[in-house]
Design a protein. Structure first.
Length: 143
């Protein structure tokens, strides 16, 4: 699905799927949600569902049909969704997890291009390591 919202393009075909979930007891209630990250680092939620789901669309007065929607998210909203629905190891691929102070680690933010983020995420999954650990290992090897 593609949609332009407030002058920004959101496309489920080109964005990176962070995680998804399905819920609902009946076909009418069944819904699907997926958290995506754009190459720019922005997050959005794609949702679709039946006539009794929150994604339903009104086609005429009191007549509902299957619907789908793209919802841009702030980083905080994306983190909240991910904390609720993703496994911890998946969450850590997209968001920083604060370590206890005794580890000597500090939180630092960096801006990276979308293709570098995608490669870093791919490496993280392939080697089953956090993105922070991959960066730390690369910097240590560069000495």
């Amino acid at each position: 699905m593609q949609k332009i919202i407030r002058g920004k393009r959101y496309n489920t075909e080109t964005a990176h799927l962070c995680g998804d979930r399905e819920y609902g007891d009946t076909a009418e209630e069944r819904a699907y949600e997926a958290l995506f990250q754009k190459r720019t680092g922005e997050f959005f939620l794609y949702g679709k569902g039946g006539v009794k789901s929150k994604y339903r669309k009104e086609v005429s007065l009191n007549n509902w049909a299957y619907g789908e929607e793209i919802i841009p998210l702030t980083d905080t909203q994306a983190k909240e969704w991910a904390e609720t629905y993703l496994y911890p190891e998946d969450y850590q691929q997209f968001f920083t997890v604060e370590e206890p102070e005794e580890t000597g680690k500090k939180i630092q933010s960096f801006s990276l291009s979308g293709d570098v983020i995608a490669k870093l995420t791919k490496l993280s999954r392939k080697h089953k390591m956090s993105r922070s650990k991959i960066i730390e290992d690369l910097v240590r090897k560069a000495d």
